[in-house]
Design a protein around this ligand. Structure first.
Ligand code: EPZ
Length: 421
């Protein structure tokens, strides 16, 4: 297993290009199940999670290949297998987003319940309830959800849950509704840019969708969908993570292929902390040359502050002049990074879904362990500024969602060694 040894203290300077969005790519790849003909996907990042989805789709009868330049081609060649098995789903929860397309196109879907993960329970009750509203018969059988529908019927589907809407639940219901008879409404839909990108891809394949990006999406069902040539949006969470890397090292990084409009909540907090974020010809420049101000952050559904940047901002705020407060409203248990940052000298106090961060002068390098994807990124960011060396084990968690993250950071002045245990 790979591990990192990071020598802290370097200021990062230079320019980086943001990779394509993991969380846009995964549902769009699954949506290819709905189409007849070839889909060409560009700007799909080269990540473990993407390879995992390629493997799952291959088992589901989709021919998936990648050219040398990373261009992905998908074409359905066999519709027999409709079972996404536990062995695959348990390793990547996002596999559940094959449920809607399998049901709509093949009239049956058997998907393993994903079970919990490092950031907490990951129920799919809203996904199942939404698909049932569209006419699916649902059965639970030995850990799998089995859905059947001869023909899905249009309906008004409410996607709101105790923590707001659901991103992949909205994706599943949207992908089912595009082939249902008649006009459906998805109320309390997720508004994330990744849902917008999925809807835009489906429209390019012949679907009839309006309102995507707002809480109310209207879908006119169509009979069939063709393939298309689609370029996936940039990864706003990778962009936000690289912005923190610039800010925390008092550096200056220019980010290319970065959609500023997808990062307004994060930019609002960067500016509150005293970080300079400016547009330039290719994207944005993030710099910080002063002590950081403490601030208050509460994670919300988009366009609120993204839960996927919570851990990274916690690392940043360990360096602020004073006490900050972070409240996690999407995944209340998403604090695996707290104990590891504490090992590095951070002063954090968790009170339920809230953590109080007392700013310190320095973090100190220590052996720490990566856990979930974004907590791993938070530990790398801490290693960049910690005194001495930080050893991060289990970096495979990081490789799930960041394309060659160590190489990117080293190219702007970091000192990260990737070694094998
Ligand atoms: C997507 O997960 C992202 N993953 C997550 O990013 C992201 O953190 C999350 O959205 C929230 O923005 C992908 O897109 C592949 P949800 P998703 O359903 O769709 C509860 C990363 O680091 N809920 O929007 O699975 C749920 O427990 C990953 O890239 C139900 O109660 O998240 C959570 O509290 C981590 N019932 C809240 O809703 C359901 O049926 C939001 O979850 C579904 C969800």
């Amino acid at each position: 297993m790979d591990y990192f040894v990071i020598s802290g203290g370097n200021r990062l300077r230079g320019s980086l290009s943001v990779s394509g969005s993991k969380n846009a790519s995964l549902p769009i790849m699954a949506a290819a199940i709905l189409t007849e003909g070839e889909t060409v996907l560009r700007n799909v990042p080269d990540l473990a999670d993407i390879q995992h989805m390629m493997k799952l789709l291959t088992l589901l009868g989709v021919n998936v290949s990648r050219d040398a330049d990373g261009t992905m081609r998908l074409r359905v060649v066999d519709e027999q297998n409709c079972h996404a098995e536990y062995e695959l789903v348990r390793k990547m929860r996002a596999s559940v987003c094959v449920m809607g397309p399998l049901l709509a196109k093949r009239h049956t879907a058997q998907v393993s319940m994903p079970g919990g993960c490092a950031i907490g329970d990951r129920p799919i009750d809203l996904h199942v309830q939404g698909l049932r509203t569209l006419g699916a018969e649902v059965e639970l059988t030995s850990g799998d959800v089995l859905l059947r529908a001869k023909r899905l019927k249009s309906a008004e589907v409410f996607m709101g849950g105790p923590f707001g809407s659901t991103v992949l639940g909205t994706a599943n219901v949207l992908m089912a509704a595009v082939l249902a008879d008649g006009s459906s409404i998805i109320e309390s839909a997720a508004c994330e840019p990744e849902v917008i990108d999925l809807a835009d891809y489906l429209i390019a394949c012949g679907a009839r969708i309006t309102g995507h990006g707002t809480p109310r999406i209207v879908v006119e069902g169509v009979k069939t969908l063709h393939g298309c040539d689609w370029t996936v949006i940039p990864d706003r969470i990778e962009a936000g993570t690289l912005m923190v890397a610039s800010a925390i090292t008092n550096g200056e990084i220019a980010l290319k292929n970065c959609r500023l409009d997808h990062l307004m909540a994060a930019i609002d907090r960067f500016r509150a902390i005293g970080i300079v974020v400016e547009r330039d010809a290719d994207g944005i420049v993030v710099s910080s040359a002063r002590r950081l101000e403490p601030t208050i952050i509460t994670t919300q559904p988009y366009p609120g502050f993204p839960t996927d940047l919570q851990a990274q901002f916690m690392t940043l705020l360990t360096m602020a002049d004073g006490n900050s407060v972070i409240t996690e409203k999407i995944f209340p248990d998403r604090f695996l990074h707290v104990a590891e940052l504490t090992r590095m000298g951070a002063r954090l106090r968790k009170e339920g879904p809230t953590v109080i961060i007392e700013g310190v002068k320095r973090l100190v390098g220590a052996p720490v362990m990566a856990s979930d994807l974004r907590a791993s990124a938070a530990l790398v960011l801490a290693g960049l500024i910690a005194k001495g060396q930080t050893r991060i084990s289990r970096v495979y968690h990081l490789d799930r969602g960041y394309q060659r993250f160590d190489e990117k950071l080293n190219s702007v002045g970091a000192d990260i060694k990737r070694l094998v245990e």
